[in-house]
Ligand binder design. Structure first.
Ligand code: NOJ
Ligand code: CA
Length: 681
């Protein structure tokens, strides 16, 4: 164990104070974290003998007592180590290894008056793929209620401010997490969301995020002096950041580190820092694929509200269920089925009724119909951010859905940032952020409440993922970035590099319900200045492998799939639950290649996609089982394909391969490749 667990005396002025530091390393020794108390508590991080984070502050400020920072010294330290394996009930891999070294540093002050003598701890866990640390404030004399007014944590990026590149979206904006990513030097950044990914001039990639965000506010990062990214917690409507009591701990602050971009993708750090499953037997949580009455509304062919174009009718639902049964889908999502969608639903969330359907939608009839076909109705609860209205109806709604055999509900919190509406205990209307402490609790409440009725939750306009699916496996997916819907109406639609950035940023936090698979891109014509997916068809297929989610939608209209059954075959074949996953190659924003092994067969799947530039990538198939032969069913960009005018030029070809084969993946600009490796023996 390479932990230097003895305190090293640094200071040369012993009569006044002894500054101390303690160092902990990752199991392979590559990452080194140094914690010190000269001046005030801080830490720094080295990777492969290079500084990654320069000394960065630690500490908290509270309303009720003096700062936990300045004046606090290391009082004691203890270390531990752990190397274990655990399993995901569903996921991008079945077995996860948790191999880390741990350091607990207790800080205390000896201030006068004695009533201000307090202590807190920072627990570090250092893995080969990064580290996490969290604050632990135990119960102690003189401390009860604690309102956090400032978290002092800093991430001070080593290296030249202008020579590092970051991929980021702004924080505390009106559009939550649904922004196009910006690729800029660090110097252009103000306040950002996490995961916040950057590349140092040395080629080292790091991503700052958090794990196990429970009963706390989301951490955004605010760049103060050059390179100093300070924790900036999203406040309550009254300005307090976190309302808590002594005896709490913060979420883990995480830093994933790799000497290349791909290393970030193969990291399990976030999951490893979450608590094990608290729900017990979760065999009722089912990964799968679905279709839905959804894209038709985004295109304007149908409406959520009632009237001649109402999408969610009994008849239309049964038509989708027939389609789902015919092509092997598990569920049909139906949006706009319940009372509340008429009129300006965006501003009238209080009108939503989660148990009463429109007269032309017969809940009992469609669920009965689905049962005969083996297809589930997927529920939809749009709240428009009126969360008290949702809370009041939640139990009755989930109880009804369970009775109807519904086992998955997509929730929605469409409201501008800072406009979540809640009614407080005094009947006063308050407006909160989607990522403040109040909403962190509200999203989790819907998940734990749904679990009682064996319902899985897919939250849209969610709080960002921090790995809580490990603890609550019915939190099956979420949105939390610009999804496919922006290609229908977004200004602008998602640019070609969007899905080449997502894996290295948003997806590091967990699964995303992106809703891939748009086959008809010409609803406004094949141009680059209209709304449409800015991709080729092969890239739409590749998204099923690249953007991991245990539930994947075939988002387009049934007629568009029936017009191209050969390409649709890939969507029918691709699984959503994996034995293992390997990112093979990639650079942030440029391209990415993933291989994943089906959890329920010996087949492997590969997805590769590129951003705005065409490229060829040669891949060794050494991930395949060397004792087997495979038929590679390849869906690639045709030689004349281009995303603007010839996105549909797709070649489907077969080739026998084994673990010794090398394949060259040729992708046109914003193109891709999707492959099924069907095991032959
Ligand atoms: C936004 C969601 O992301 C989208 O999927 C849904 O259709 C609309 N809200 C309406 O709930
Ligand atoms: Ca959305």
């Amino acid at each position: 164990m390479r932990i230097k667990n003895l305190l090293i005396l640094l200071c040369c002025w012993p009569l006044l104070s002894l500054a101390k530091s303690v160092t902990i390393s990752s199991p392979n020794g590559q990452i080194q974290v140094i914690v010190a108390d000269d001046g005030s508590p801080h830490y720094q991080v080295n990777f492969a003998k290079q500084a990654v984070l320069n000394p960065s502050k630690l500490g908290l400020r509270f309303l009720q007592t003096a700062e936990f920072g300045q004046g606090f010294h290391i009082e004691k330290v203890s270390t531990a180590q752990s190397d274990s394996e655990w399993q995901l009930p569903w996921g991008e891999r079945k077995n996860v290894r948790d191999n880390h070294h741990e350091l607990l540093v207790v800080f205390a002050n000896k201030a006068t008056p004695a009533s201000q003598h307090h202590h807190f701890a920072v627990r570090f866990r250092v893995f080969n793929d990064g580290l996490g640390f969290r604050y632990e404030v135990p119960k102690q004399a003189g401390l009860t209620k604690l309102d956090i007014t400032n978290e002092l944590t800093e991430f001070t990026i080593a290296n030249d401010h202008n020579a590092s590149t970051a991929w980021w979206i702004p924080a505390r904006g009106w559009n939550r997490y649904e922004y196009t990513y910006r690729t800029t030097p660090l110097s252009d950044i103000d306040r950002v969301q996490t995961p916040f990914t950057l590349k140092l001039p040395s080629g080292i990639h790091i991503s700052i995020h958090e794990a196990a965000l429970v009963n706390y506010a989301s951490m955004t990062l605010n760049q103060q002096r050059a390179n100093v990214f300070k924790a900036d917690l999203t406040p309550w409507s009254d300005g307090i950041l976190v309302k808590t009591h002594a005896g709490f701990h913060s979420p883990w602050r995480t830093i994933q580190i790799s000497n290349n971009a791909v290393g970030l993708l193969n990291s399990d750090l976030i999951l490893n820092l979450n608590e094990p499953n608290k729900l017990g037997d979760v065999s009722w949580v089912k990964p799968g694929k679905y279709v839905g009455i959804w894209w038709a509304m985004h295109l304007g062919e149908k409406t959520w509200g009632s009237g001649p174009k109402h999408g969610a009718t009994t008849k239309e639902t049964e038509r989708y269920m027939d389609f789902a049964a015919k092509y092997g889908f598990d569920g049909v999502l139906v949006e706009g089925w319940n009372i509340g969608w008429d009129g300006d639903w965006f501003h009238n969330g209080d009108l939503f009724n989660f148990t009463k359907s429109f007269p032309d939608f017969d809940l009992q009839a469609v669920t009965d119909y689905g049962k005969k076909l083996g297809v589930k109705l997927i529920g939809h609860n749009e709240t428009s951010g009126s969360v008290t209205n949702y809370r009041r109806q939640m139990k009755a709604a989930y109880r009804l859905y369970q009775k109807m055999g519904i086992s998955q509900v997509k929730t929605g919190y469409v409201a501008d940032g800072g406009h979540i509406k809640r009614i407080d205990n005094n009947g006063i209307t308050r407006y909160e952020w989607h990522d403040g402490q109040f909403m962190v609790g509200e999203y989790l409440h819907s998940v734990t409440e749904a679990a009682k009725y064996h319902i899985s939750i897919n939250s849209h306009e969610p709080i960002k993922d921090t790995g809580l699916r490990r603890t609550y496996p019915n939190w099956i997916s979420r949105e939390g970035a610009r999804g496919q819907e922006y290609n229908a109406w977004g200004t602008p639609p998602n640019p070609p590099e969007h899905t080449a950035i997502l894996p290295f940023t948003r997806m590091l936090s967990g699964p995303m319900d992106f809703t891939p698979g748009i086959f008809n891109m010409s609803f406004h014509g094949l141009r680059d200045d209209v709304n449409r997916p800015q991709t080729t068809l092969a890239k739409q297929l590749a998204l099923y492998v690249v953007l991991y989610s245990p539930i994947q939608m075939a988002a387009d209209l049934p007629r568009n799939y029936e017009a191209n059954l050969p390409a649709f075959q890939f969507i029918r074949d691709v699984p959503t639950d994996w034995q293992q996953s390997k990112a093979l190659a990639g650079e942030v924003g440029d391209y990415v290649v993933f291989a994943r092994e089906d959890r329920h067969s010996s087949d492997w799947f590969l997805g590769a996609l590129t951003g705005k530039n065409a490229r060829s990538v040669t891949i060794k198939l050494d991930f395949l089982d060397p004792s087997k032969h495979y038929e590679a069913q390849i869906y690639r960009d045709g030689d004349k394909a281009n995303w603007v005018t010839k996105p549909y030029d797709l070649v489907i070809e077969k080739q026998q391969v084994n673990a010794d084969t090398k394949l060259t993946l040729k992708m046109v600009a914003s193109g891709g490749v999707a492959i099924r490796f069907k095991a032959l023996d």
